[in-house]
Ligand binder design. Structure first.
Ligand code: GAP
Length: 440
């Protein structure tokens, strides 16, 4: 067993506070008192979240010839969810505390009410987690629709479309990023478990005989994705589910777990879904969802290996693992050591003063860099304070334009982590930053 990582006991509060204070994440409908468990992503949060999704898309689609993308509808008819098994089995066991009347997920409370400590509850009832709504102006059976509780089903229902339009053959995958909705009984821990969240899912279709090998491959590949983006190894672990804990569709599931402030918890699940989904949709829709292998003359229903990650949950993990405090010149500085690919801003351009000629050169520097990097621009307060503000939001590079710049056409580039400063000619700035970020 590896040693459990030591975390600042106030880490969660500090990160939540930073998110609010600096505009990463706001409570939704805050001016109306907030809408429980929904969050809005502010100017910094939206950049970070987009970067998480972009890093996933790059790893899963852009750099691979065996995976294509998809963006399917969020609203779906009951038929899809009947076939997938969600209407019947996508439920949580719900209990009410007999003393304080609070409602809980039975499997999350170990028999003790987290609100009042009572151990007496109603018998558990199966509570379906899907949000039901109505499509069109006429209420009734025919207009019932559901908000998808996972992005995966849109991939399965488009299996034949993608197969015939892309000419892919197993092993191949279909990837999708998008919102999912679950009427969670106990949403909690900031954006860890919310009722509206974003998923990044990929369904990888393989010949049944190769399923186990691909299952192992995707566990390894997905773990490496988090490591590559800077989460320390000791904050990640793999957890293979016991057979009796598997979801209704799964032949095997391994979670990538992250060391959240309350302990190791799920970040992503990698499942061997077998031929469950394609078989179910073929049966319910009457459309054949299989693959004819011309080389072997064999027709078969592919097995599916599914790495299913939460984008919003991953963003929280990246924030938690990046948050550090260190002491600089007797003062505590908080710094987000985010990988440059994730940082909301990669570069901050900071003119030393508001003098027009400094702002003029700064505009030139911004014009040069902003097509390539997400740039912030800040002329307020002392330069030391501005550095701290950028450290706190994870900006890897601060570029200071000073009076000397007007003579030597060079600027100071300060590194967030080492705080070292180097003088770089404006004309070589782009190359310098590309080098520093390993792009050349
Ligand atoms: N298609 C399989 C599937 O949806 P899941 O384990 O239920 O599997 C995958 O969800 C990932 O989606 C989770 O590992 C988690 O990161 C994220 N996720 C699930 N429910 C969530 C919620 N209520 N809030 C935030 N993220 C959630």
């Amino acid at each position: 067993m590896e040693a459990t990582p030591q975390l600042d006991p106030d880490l969660l509060d500090k990160v939540i506070n930073l998110c609010k204070r600096r505009g990463f994440i706001f409570q939704s409908a805050e001016i109306y008192g907030g809408f429980r468990s929904t969050y809005d992503y502010g100017p910094l949060g939206v950049n970070l979240l987009r970067n998480v999704k972009q890093a996933w898309w790059r790893a899963m689609v852009q750099t691979r010839v065996d995976i294509v993308g998809l963006d399917a509808a969020i609203l779906g008819p009951p038929a899809v969810w009947a076939a997938s098994g969600h209407l019947e089995t996508f439920t949580d066991p719900l209990v009410d505390c007999l003393k304080c009347k609070e409602r809980w997920r039975e499997d999350k409370i170990n028999g003790v009410c987290p609100n009042c400590g009572s151990t007496e509850f109603t018998a558990p009832r199966a509570f379906n987690l899907m949000f039901k709504t109505q499509a069109g102006p006429v209420e009734g059976e025919g207009s019932t629709a559901y908000l998808r509780p996972e992005t995966a089903q849109g991939i399965f229902t488009n299996f034949a479309n993608v197969l015939s339009t892309t000419r892919k053959k197993p092993p191949f995958g279909i990837a999708q990023i998008g919102k999912s909705f679950r009427n969670e009984i106990t949403p909690q821990n900031f954006v860890f478990r919310t009722r509206e969240f974003e998923q990044m899912e990929m369904e990888y279709f393989v010949p049944p005989a190769d399923a186990e090998q691909w299952y192992r491959y995707w566990i390894e590949t997905r773990l490496n994705w988090y490591l590559d983006l800077g989460i320390p190894r000791e904050m990640l672990q793999l957890h293979e589910h016991a057979k009796e804990d598997l979801s209704h569709y799964s032949k095997g599931t391994t979670d990538v777990e992250f060391f959240f402030p309350w302990g190791f918890d799920e970040l992503e699940g990698i499942a061997n879904r077998g031929d469950y989904d394609l078989t179910q949709h073929a049966k319910h829709s009457g459309v054949a969802l299989d693959y004819f292998d011309q080389a072997s003359g064999e027709r078969y229903t592919p097995y599916v290996i599914e790495p299913a990650a939460g984008a919003t949950r991953a963003m929280m993990a990246f924030l938690l693992s990046a948050y550090h405090e260190d002491v600089v010149e007797g003062e505590t500085r908080s710094v987000l050591r985010l990988d440059w690919r994730l940082a909301p801003y990669q570069v901050a351009v900071l003119p030393l003063s508001k003098k027009p000629d400094l702002e003029g050169v700064s505009a030139e520097v911004l014009g040069q860099l902003s097509p390539h990097f997400m740039c912030d621009y800040d002329v307020t307060q002392s330069i030391g304070k501005r550095y701290r503000r950028q450290d706190e939001i994870g900006t890897p590079f601060c570029i200071t334009v000073d009076f000397e710049t007007l003579n030597d056409r060079a600027v100071t580039v300060r590194d967030r982590d080492t705080m070292t400063q180097v003088r770089v000619p404006i004309d070589g700035l782009l190359t310098h930053l590309r080098n520093a970020t390993g792009q050349i």
